[in-house]
Write a protein that binds this ligand. Structure first.
Ligand code: COI
Length: 445
C-alpha cells in the first residue's frame, strides 16, 4: 500500500515523502499545520475507529425525547458521549487516508485540527451520572459546536483549492461523507442540548409531553408537524425580499403559486427543510429574473406542487427561467467540478477578502449552533439574513441533496433546455428511516 494511503499513520502524511521531489509540498504542509494542532499519532483513534455508528431516525429521536425523565436525559447524554467521538474518529481516519498534498491544504488541515481537538476532548468525557455532569457536558458540546462553525466553508474552499490533485468522484465522495457525518453529529448534539433545555424549563412536567398533550408539537429540534406549504411560503417571502433588496425595488419578481396537498404535515428538522427549499426557490427566482431582466414585464410564476402519498411528501418546484446550460448540467451535483466551480476558483484571487468573511462569521452574533444552514453559502431563512453577500461557495445544490438524502429523501432536477427547471424533492414522511450516512457514490457502487 502506498505510504500516503496507509490507514494507521503514525506520522503526518507528508513525512513519508523524500525531498527534493516533494519539497514544495512539504513546505506548504508545514505552513498549514503551523495553524492547526499537531498531527499526532493516536492509538485511541484506532480503538474508536473500530466502533460502528449507532444510527438514529426521526422516529427514534421523537420516541426517546417524548417522555423526558432524568434517567432518559442521562441515557441520551451517554449516547452522545460515545457516539460523537466514534463518528469523528471515522472522519479523522478518512482525512488521514487522503493524498498528502490534499491534506496539506490549509483549509483541510484546519478542519482536521478541529476534529482532532474535538475527538480528544469528547473521548475523555467520563460517564455522565448526574444532572451536574450533564451540565458540564452540555457546555463542552456547545463550545465545540461554536468552534466548528466554519467547517463547511473551509471544506468547500479546501476542495476547490485541491482540484486536480484528486479525481472529482473521489472529492465528491469525500465531501458527501464529511457533510453527512457533520449533519449527523450536529443533529445528535443539538437534540441533546434541546432536550436538556426542555428538561430544565420551568414548564416541564412529564404530563406535558407530546404523547399526552396534542398541542405540543416539538420534541427537541424535531418539529412534529412540518407543513411544506408554510415553509415554501416563508422561504419564498424572505428570498423575494432579499432579491428585491439586492436588485432594487424596480425588479419584477415572479409570484409563487402553491397547490396540491396544502395540509400535509410530517416530522422533520425544520432548518434542514428550510435550507433545501430556500436554495431551490432562490435558484428559480434568480433564473427567472435573469432571463427576463430587460423585458420590464411581470415574469411567469414559480409553480409549486405538493403531493402527499402514504410514505412520502413530494414537492415539485417549477420555473420558467430558461433551464440549465449544457455546460453546467453534468456537474450540477459536484462540489468541485464544472464551470461554476472554475469561476469560484478564479475568485479565490480574492482570498484575503473571503478569509476576512470567514473571520466575521466567527464573531459573536454568528451563533453557531444552527450553522448548518448559515455558513455554507446556502440560502435558508437564517443564512439569507446573516450571510455576507459575497460568500457564495457554489455548493448550495449538492449540499441540499446531502440534506435531502440524509433523512432518506431525494432531490432531482430536470432541466428543459430553453424553458425552465423542475426540481423534485421527496421527503420520507413517516420519519422511520435511519439516517443515511453512506454516500451516493458508495450506494451506487
Ligand atoms: C461539526 O460541527 O463539525 C461537529 O463535529 C459537531 C460536533 C462538534 C458536535
Amino acid at each position: 500500500m502506498p505510504a500516503h494511503r496507509c490507514g494507521s499513520l503514525t506520522r503526518a502524511p507528508w513525512q513519508f515523502l523524500s525531498p527534493p521531489r516533494h519539497r514544495r509540498a512539504a513546505h506548504a504542509a508545514a505552513a498549514a499545520v503551523a495553524h492547526a494542532p499537531a498531527w499526532r499519532p493516536s492509538s485511541a483513534l484506532d480503538e474508536w475507529v473500530q466502533r460502528e455508528a449507532r444510527p438514529i431516525s426521526l422516529r427514534r429521536l421523537t420516541f426517546f425525547g417524548r417522555t423526558l425523565t432524568q434517567s432518559r436525559l442521562l441515557d441520551g447524554a451517554n449516547y452522545c458521549r460515545l457516539e460523537l467521538p466514534t463518528r469523528i474518529a471515522h472522519r479523522l481516519r478518512d482525512i488521514q487516508t487522503l493524498p498528502y498534498v490534499v491534506v496539506a491544504n490549509p483549509h483541510l488541515a484546519h478542519v482536521y485540527g478541529l476534529y482532532l481537538t474535538a475527538f480528544e476532548r469528547f473521548r475523555r468525557v467520563p460517564e455522565i451520572r448526574t444532572l451536574d455532569d450533564n451540565e458540564r457536558y452540555c457546555k463542552i458540546l456547545q463550545e465545540t459546536l461554536t468552534e466548528h462553525a466554519t467547517v463547511i466553508p473551509r471544506l468547500a474552499l479546501g476542495v476547490l483549492e485541491v482540484r486536480g490533485l484528486m479525481r472529482p468522484e473521489e472529492t465528491d465522495k469525500f465531501m458527501n461523507t464529511m457533510l453527512r457525518s457533520r449533519i449527523s453529529r450536529r443533529v445528535i448534539a443539538e437534540q441533546h442540548l434541546a432536550l436538556t433545555d426542555t428538561f430544565n424549563s420551568p414548564w416541564h412536567f412529564p404530563q406535558n409531553q407530546p404523547e399526552h398533550d396534542p398541542h405540543i408539537d416539538t420534541v427537541g429540534e424535531i418539529f412534529l408537524k412540518c407543513n411544506a406549504k408554510e415553509i415554501v411560503e416563508r422561504c419564498g417571502k424572505t428570498t423575494q425580499e432579499l432579491i428585491k433588496a439586492a436588485h432594487g425595488s424596480h425588479v419584477q419578481l415572479p409570484d409563487i403559486h402553491i397547490e396540491g396537498h396544502l395540509d400535509a404535515t410530517f416530522p422533520y428538522i425544520q432548518s434542514h427543510l428550510e435550507y433545501i427549499i430556500g436554495e431551490l426557490i432562490r435558484n428559480s427566482i434568480q433564473a427567472v429574473i435573469e432571463k427576463r431582466k430587460y423585458h420590464g414585464v411581470k415574469p411567469p410564476p414559480i409553480e409549486v406542487l405538493i403531493c402527499e402519498t402514504s410514505q412520502h411528501v413530494l414537492i415539485r418546484i417549477s420555473d420558467q427561467g430558461g433551464g440549465i446550460s449544457n455546460e453546467i448540467l453534468p456537474h450540477l451535483w459536484s462540489f468541485s467540478k464544472g464551470p461554476r466551480h472554475q469561476k469560484r476558483l478564479q475568485n479565490l484571487a480574492r482570498v484575503p477578502k473571503l478569509l476576512g468573511t470567514l473571520q466575521e462569521l466567527k464573531m459573536p452574533g454568528a451563533q453557531a449552533s444552527k450553522d448548518h444552514d448559515k455558513h455554507d453559502g446556502g440560502s435558508s431563512l437564517s443564512s439569507l439574513t446573516s450571510r455576507p453577500p459575497d460568500l457564495r461557495l457554489g455548493i448550495g445544490l449538492p449540499m441540499s441533496r446531502v440534506y435531502a438524502e440524509y433523512w432518506a429523501g431525494s432531490l432531482e432536477l430536470h432541466s428543459l433546455e430553453g424553458f425552465g427547471v423542475d426540481a423534485f424533492l421527496q421527503i420520507s414522511k413517516l420519519g422511520n428511516k435511519d439516517e443515511r450516512l453512506t454516500t451516493r457514490a458508495s450506494m451506487d457502487a
